[in-house]
Write a protein that binds this ligand. Structure first.
Ligand SMILES: [Zn+2]
Length: 341
């Protein structure tokens, strides 16, 4: 980042050097060999997106979920984050709880967040035929559209479940043409941090009443997040020679209800300010070609790399991974008989 390298006219620099020597050495005066300077964190921007509303409860009852959802919304609002949150409407229709679950969505809107469609039932395009995907879109927009229109807003954003956008160009184009015909803009993402693995591990520790383990997990989670941010910042610099506005994907789960203040604080420490998804996508880099066709749902930075002929599998291998002890806890919870999605 070149912000601190101001090109002084030499004569002015000479005068300033006399008047303010420490200032010039900090700014990197012409001719001065530039030692690695731990300058202030570079100016970065990030849009926050939250998937799987109303909540990924890992078996928690609504009475437990509701305060956690409120806490997550409050953490975002406290830092004036205008997140876009993506709804799976199938999760609303629990007998006896429908109104309360819709109220969880309303809380996001009241806090100034946007809502988008994440389908009814969370099917992945990799294995779901196109007509069924289209049904899941239409069925998944009824309540959300109503909530938005009541406020004079429009349902605009769509996020593919699992970020699966199609294994062939034909499938992708057909689905996205359909989405556009219903007024949707696809919400891409650049930073994902396997928060579901940590959240599942946390749920296992919570079920085991292991509070010390949960504290250890929370610390590991924040450090892991930091490493993932660094990874995608580097990928952006490698692709574009600069850091483009990042788009973070996280999920509405119990771990994030607790960790969101720490995650946001970590982003601020890295020099990020929060922008809307719309503002992030205004950067022309986000119009780059997406060259990934396959079963997975990678970061759009990997998709841009694929369009330039980079080896996507090598990029996948280079991605940071959750520590093994965390992955093992996730596996243990998932293997439990009543493990919810
Ligand atoms: Zn999802």
């Amino acid at each position: 980042m070149s912000r601190s390298r101001i090109a002084f006219v030499p004569a002015i620099a000479a005068i300033l050097a006399i008047a303010f020597p420490p200032l010039l050495s900090a700014a990197g005066a012409p001719g001065a060999s530039a030692p690695s300077q731990p300058a202030a964190a570079p100016r970065r921007t990030v849009a926050v997106t939250i998937d799987d509303l109303p909540f990924v409860g890992y078996g928690l009852p609504l009475a437990a979920v509701a305060p956690l959802s409120s806490k997550l919304v409050a953490a975002l609002a406290a830092r004036k984050v205008k997140a876009v949150a993506f709804v799976n409407e199938d999760k609303l229709f629990v007998p006896g709880e429908v109104d309360e679950r819709i109220a969880l969505l309303t809380e996001w809107l009241d806090a100034g967040m946007e809502l988008g469609n994440h389908t009814f039932g969370h099917p992945g395009l990799t294995k779901t035929p196109l007509p069924a995907m289209q049904d899941a879109v239409v069925k998944g927009e009824v309540v959300t559209r109503g909530l938005l229109e009541k406020r004079g807003q429009r349902l605009k954003w769509f996020r593919h479940p699992y970020a699966q956008t199609g294994t062939s160009r034909e499938t992708r184009d057909a689905f996205e043409t359909f989405l556009a015909s219903r007024g949707y803009t696809v919400a891409p993402l650049s930073i994902e941090h396997e928060d579901w693995v940590f959240a599942s591990a946390d749920a296992k520790l919570a079920a085991d009443h292991d509070e010390a383990g949960r504290a250890r997990l929370l610390a590991a989670y924040i450090e892991d997040f930091d490493g993932r941010c660094a990874f995608y910042e580097e990928r952006s610099r490698a692709l574009f020679g600069r850091e483009i506005p990042q788009i973070l994907l996280s999920h509405a789960n119990a771990l994030n209800a607790r960790a969101m203040p720490l995650l946001l604080e970590r982003l601020e420490k890295r020099g990020y300010t929060f922008v809307t998804l719309e503002e992030a996508l205004a950067d022309p880099a986000w119009k780059s070609a997406d060259g990934y066709f396959g079963p997975w749902g990678p970061s759009w930075l990997h998709r841009f790399a694929a369009a330039r002929g980079e080896d996507v599998k090598a990029l996948f291998r280079a991605e940071p991974e959750a520590p093994k002890w965390v992955a093992d806890l996730d596996a243990a919870r998932s293997a439990a008989p009543a493990a919810p999605r």
